[in-house]
Design a protein around this ligand. Structure first.
Ligand code: AMP
Length: 498
C-alpha cells in the first residue's frame, strides 16, 4: 500500500494472538475479536496452528457474521492470531481481509497488522525484483514476504529485526510462524499493543479490553520496538527490545476516539484520559449554559469531565438540592444503535441522512434552554453541522460546541481513516470560520498542550500529525516533526545484522 490512504485500502484494525496450554485457541480468539470489534467492522479472521499445519478462516462483516460454529470447530490448535479490519470509504474487498497467511519453504506464516507502512511500495518493488509475487495491494503482505525471505536464512528474531530495518511506518503486529505466536510494536509505538496473562497461557492484543473478556490480567504494554515471543505451550514468554529510539510517537487519537474507554493504553485508562480532556476543555474554554450534553457515544466521557469541572468552578459540586444552581449534565440526543458509523458512508448526502438516522434530540432536555454540546472531534464537520441544526429545531436557545481534541488539519497516514485534506473542515479554515459553517453560537477546541497534559506525555512523544501537519515518519510530500531516518531499501549492508 502507498502512503496515501485514499489510494487504496488501508489497515486500521484490531489484532490479537494467544498461546494456550491445553485448549483450542479459536474460541478465545473469537471472544477477543468481539472485544475489539470497534476497531474494525469490515472483516474478521483467525489463523491457528496445531503443531503440524495452519488453519484459517476469514469472513466479511462483523465478527458474529464472519464465523459460524463449524468455522470455529475447524480452527484447530492451541495457538493462533486474529484480526478485525476497519472499513474504508471505497473498496470492500476480501483479498485484503486478514490475518494474511502464507506457506513458504521454511514454514507457515500468519500476520495481523494494525497501522500503516509509509514505504511499502519501495519494499514491494525491491521484493518483486527478487521474484516475489503479490496477491494483494496491502502493506501487510509486504511485511509477510519480507519476513518469509528473511526466515530462509535466520531465526525468527533475526528475521524480524531485519524486516524492521527495512519497513518504515506504523505497525502493531501479531505474527504466527508455525506454532509460535509473537507480538511486535513499531519503534515509535504508534499503535497500541499489550500483553496479558491467562490462567492457561498468554495473550497479545491491541487493547486490554480483549484481555478482560478472557478473564486475563494485563501484564503491560508491549514496548516500542519490542518483540514478545509466546512459548507455544502457553508456559511463558520472552521479550527482545530490537530497536530503541529516544522518542516515541504514540497516536493521541487512540485515546481521543479510537480505543474503548475501558481499555488501558500505555498505562492510562482511556476513560479517565477522556474525562481529563473534558475537564481541561472546561478550563480552557468553558461557557456556562443550562445544560451540558454529549454527542453519544464518542463525547460522553469528555462531557462528564467538562460538566464536573464546570460545577466545581461554580462551587456547587455538591449542590444537588434542586435550588437550580447545578449545571445539568444530561442526555439530549438519543442514539439509534443499529445504524453503523456514519463515517463510512460513501457520499456526503448519505452521511448527512445517516446523522439524522443515528441521533434524535430529546426535546424536553433542550427546549427553551442554552446548550453546550460536547464531542471528541470534528473531522468533516458533517456531524456537528447536523446536530446544531437538530438542536435548534428541537427548541434550543443557544448551542455551544466544545471539542475534546484540537482541530484536525491534516490526514492520518498511520492507520486511522479520517479524510483527505480537502474534506477536513479545519484544514483551510479558522475556528471562527468553522463556527460559522456549523452555525453554532460558539465553538472551541482543546489545545495540543492540554492533550499532552491529559495523556501525561510530552508533545515530543506523541504522533500529532493530524493536528499539526508534521509527522513522526518520513512521508512523501509531508513535513516531519523530528529527525527521521527512512530506511534505504535495497541496500543490504544497511542494518542487516543484529
Ligand atoms: P464528522 O462528522 O466528519 O466531523 O466526524 C466527526 C464524528 O466522527 C465525531 O463524532 C467523531 O466521534 C467521529 N470520528 C472521528 N474520527 C473518526 C474516524 N476515524 N472514524 C469514524 N468516526 C470518527
Amino acid at each position: 500500500m502507498t502512503a496515501g490512504w485514499t489510494e487504496g485500502p488501508t489497515e486500521k484494525c484490531g489484532v490479537v494472538g494467544v498461546s494456550l496450554a491445553d485448549r483450542d485457541a479459536a474460541r478465545p480468539l473469537y471472544y477477543a475479536l468481539y472485544a475489539l470489534q470497534h476497531r474494525g467492522q469490515e472483516s474478521a479472521g483467525i489463523v491457528t496452528h496445531d503443531g503440524f499445519q495452519q488453519y484459517d478462516h476469514v469472513g466479511m462483516g462483523l465478527v458474529g457474521d464472519a464465523f459460524a460454529e463449524a468455522d470455529l470447530d475447524g480452527l484447530r490448535g492451541r495457538v493462533g492470531i486474529g484480526h478485525v479490519r476497519y472499513p474504508t470509504a471505497g473498496s470492500v474487498d476480501s483479498s485484503c481481509a486478514q490475518p494474511f497467511s502464507v506457506s513458504f519453504k521454511s514454514g507457515s506464516l500468519g500476520l495481523s497488522h494494525n497501522g500503516n507502512l509509509v514505504n511499502a511500495e519501495e519494499v514491494r518493488d525491491d521484493l518483486e525484483g527478487l521474484g516475489h509475487a503479490f496477491t494483494s495491494d496491502g502493506d501487510t503482505e509486504v511485511i509477510a514476504h519480507d519476513l518469509a525471505r528473511n526466515l530462509l536464512d535466520g531465526d525468527l528474531i533475526r528475521a524480524v529485526r531485519r524486516t524492521m530495518d527495512r519497513v518504515h511506518g506504523s505497525y502493531a503486529l501479531t505474527i504466527m510462524h508455525d506454532d509460535t505466536v509473537v507480538g511486535l510494536r513499531d519503534p515509535e509505538g504508534n499503535r497500541p499493543l499489550c500483553l496479558g496473562r491467562l490462567d492457561d497461557g498468554y495473550v497479545l492484543a491491541s487493547e486490554s479490553a480483549a484481555i478482560d473478556v478472557l478473564d486475563g490480567e494485563l501484564i503491560r504494554d508491549v514496548r516500542p520496538g519490542e518483540l514478545v515471543v509466546l512459548e507455544p505451550d502457553g508456559s511463558g514468554y520472552e521479550t527482545y527490545r530490537l530497536v530503541e529510539r529516544e522518542r516515541t510517537a504514540h497516536c493521541f487519537f487512540e485515546h481521543v476516539y479510537f480505543a474503548r474507554p475501558d481499555s488501558v493504553i500505555d498505562g492510562e485508562l482511556v476513560y479517565e484520559v477522556r474525562r481529563e480532556l473534558g475537564r481541561l476543555l472546561w478550563e480552557e474554554s468553558g461557557i456556562e449554559t443550562d445544560v451540558v450534553m454529549p454527542v453519544p457515544d464518542s463525547g460522553r466521557a469528555f462531557a462528564s469531565g467538562y460538566a464536573e469541572a464546570a460545577s466545581e468552578a461554580r462551587g456547587d459540586a455538591d449542590d444537588a438540592d434542586g435550588d437550580g444552581a447545578d449545571i445539568e449534565f444530561a442526555e439530549g440526543l438519543m442514539k439509534n444503535r443499529y445504524v453503523g458509523r456514519t463515517f463510512i458512508m460513501p457520499t456526503q448526502d448519505a452521511r448527512e441522512r445517516a446523522v439524522k438516522l443515528k441521533l434524535n434530540p430529546i426535546r424536553s432536555t433542550v427546549e427553551g434552554r442554552t446548550v453546550t454540546l460536547v464531542d471528541d472531534s470534528i473531522v468533516r464537520g458533517t456531524t456537528s453541522d447536523q446536530l446544531v441544526e437538530l438542536l435548534y429545531e428541537a427548541g434550543a436557545e443557544e448551542v455551544h460546541m466544545r471539542i475534546g481534541a484540537p482541530p484536525i488539519v491534516a490526514p492520518c497516514y498511520m492507520g486511522i481513516n479520517m479524510a483527505t485534506r480537502e474534506e477536513l473542515i479545519a484544514s483551510e479554515r479558522t475556528v471562527e470560520e468553522i463556527r460559522e459553517r456549523i452555525d453554532a453560537d460558539s465553538l472551541a477546541y482543546l489545545s495540543i498542550d492540554a492533550v499532552a497534559e491529559a495523556l501525561s506525555r510530552s508533545r515530543a512523544d506523541l504522533c500529532l500529525g493530524c493536528v499539526t501537519g508534521e509527522y513522526p515518519y518520513d512521508i512523501d510530500g509531508e513535513a516531519t516533526d523530528r529527525d527521521v531516518n527512512r530506511p534505504v531499501v535495497g541496500d543490504e549492508a544497511a542494518g542487516a545484522d543484529d
